[in-house]
Design a protein around this ligand. Structure first.
Ligand code: HEC
Length: 155
């Protein structure tokens, strides 16, 4: 951590790291590599979703995020930390961090078919020229359509 980082920022980061380890690492791994094809990697990828309105919503609505047993404030900090840590380079230049209000609204809108929504979001991003279409087809090809969040977290 850089010198000069304020104490409140340090505490904020510490809380998010701990929440990541408890709520996310079992499936997505310490380095955000996931366990493809069942569990997608976050590293170098999740920031792309923030490039569209639907993708941004998907980041909160995806079951692993929306259903995490932590309150809206902590989930917001966790999600912003995860994006910044694993995928800052893929975020759009005008990216605004998630607000607690936004997270509260979106997480209440449960996704019943995450794999399908994921496919639609990624395909639309590719059509809009916001992500390399080759990257999208490689990602989608490696996942069967009916894969859901019942993936084995023990890899
Ligand atoms: C039980 C395993 C599991 C846990 C725990 C889990 N996830 Fe996931 N995550 C998945 C799977 C599987 C997907 C793919 C979408 C789906 O089918 O739900 C996914 C998708 C995602 C995505 C969208 C990435 C993409 O390319 O589709 C993000 C972002 C994400 N998870 C973040 C998190 C965060 C942050 C946490 C902790 C709060 C978390 N996940 C906890 C399994 C998990």
């Amino acid at each position: 951590m850089a010198d000069g980082t304020s104490l409140s920022t340090q505490l904020w980061i510490a809380g998010a790291v701990e929440d990541y380890m408890r709520q996310c690492m079992g499936c997505h791994g310490r380095d955000g590599l996931g366990a493809p094809p069942a569990v997608p990697r976050l590293v170098g990828f999740m920031g792309y979703y923030a490039r569209s309105v639907e993708g941004r919503a998907y980041l909160v609505r995806v079951p692993g995020v929306a259903n995490a047993p932590i309150d809206d404030l902590r989930l917001t900090a966790l999600l912003n930390w995860t994006l910044d840590t694993y995928s800052a380079a893929e975020l759009p230049p005008d990216f605004e961090p998630f607000t607690t209000k936004e997270v509260a609204l979106l997480r209440a809108q449960r996704l019943s078919t995450p794999a399908q929504i994921r496919r639609t979001v990624l395909t639309d991003l590719a059509k809009a020229g916001l992500i390399d279409p080759g990257l999208v087809s490689a990602t989608l090809k490696s996942r069967s359509l009916n894969t859901s969040n019942d993936a084995d977290p023990t890899k």
